[in-house]
Ligand binder design. Structure first.
Ligand SMILES: [Zn+2]
Length: 267
């Protein structure tokens, strides 16, 4: 009998299969309740029992356990989750609600409002690297994060229906090259000074000079970095004369907390 049922089941379409399963699954009142954390039965999460039957094809239904039911049709428990939900909501036929034409909750205008808001936050390129390396990546202030940005958005548009989720989605999708800067530690005196000059100077020539100086300064750093890497390589070679020392300052917590390297290391 089981083989018959199994074969018949697999000649059906997906919708028919689920409707067929729905007809074999029955909701019945709970016969006996045990050991619940409730005194009144109405407060229980479970209000019905689910029973499973198999049909012999000539109008006779035989009650079986869930395991047998699933094994007979060779389906996973997730296959019957939706049919049971539909039964509980009072339906007897299964219709597939997946796909189709969806209406979107947010309009293009909502997206523009979010973009407009994100654009009003000042961003700049990396502090340490020369622009040619990652001229695409822009950094927002390290004081910001999505929560704070959305809070500011809510303040500006108190009656908005735009959710944080949507705000975040627009930010991620439309600004793939905008990141939040990590809080600065151990910043260099020259970099700090030149960067400040470059971003705050009202004199264009002065700002331009600061930019060039910063660029030259970064070249020096890059050269030094390359040399350190080279020394590290040399020290691993047999017969190499270079010796590299590594000092770990991870567990040193200077107080008060200052990010400037001179103060950081002198301590
Ligand atoms: Zn520097």
């Amino acid at each position: 009998m089981k083989l018959n049922i199994f074969q018949r089941y697999y000649t059906m379409s997906d919708n028919e299969q689920r409707s067929y399963l729905m007809n074999l699954i029955h909701l019945v009142p709970i016969q006996r309740r045990r050991n619940g954390n409730y005194t009144n039965a109405e407060n229980s999460r479970r209000q019905t029992s689910v029973t499973f039957t198999l049909s012999d094809g000539v109008g006779c239904f035989k009650r079986v356990c869930k395991q047998t039911f699933l094994e007979t049709f060779n389906v996973s428990p997730s296959k019957i989750t939706t049919p049971i939900k539909r039964l509980k909501s009072g339906l007897y036929m299964f219709t597939d609600k997946r796909g189709g034409c969806k209406t979107f909750k947010y309009t293009h205008h909502d997206r523009c409002v979010v973009r407009e808001h994100v654009n009003c936050f000042p961003s700049d390129v990396s502090h340490y690297c020369r622009p040619k390396h990652n001229n695409d990546i822009e950094y927002l202030s390290s004081d910001l994060n999505i929560n704070r940005m959305y809070a500011a958005f809510k303040k500006e548009h108190p009656n908005t229906l735009i959710s944080k989720r949507f705000y975040y989605r627009v930010f991620r999708k439309d600004y793939p090259n905008v990141k939040f800067r990590r809080p600065r530690v151990d910043s260099c005196k020259t970099c700090d000074l030149l960067h400040m000059k470059q971003s705050s100077s009202s004199n264009k020539a002065e700002a331009c000079k600061a930019k060039m100086d910063l660029d030259a300064h970064h070249r020096v750093i890059e050269k030094a970095r390359k040399e350190v890497a080279n020394d590290c390589l040399q020290s691993t070679l047999p017969g190499g004369e270079a010796c590299v020392l590594t000092i770990d300052l991870q567990k040193v917590f200077p107080l008060p907390k200052l990010t400037h390297s001179k103060m950081y290391y002198n301590r």
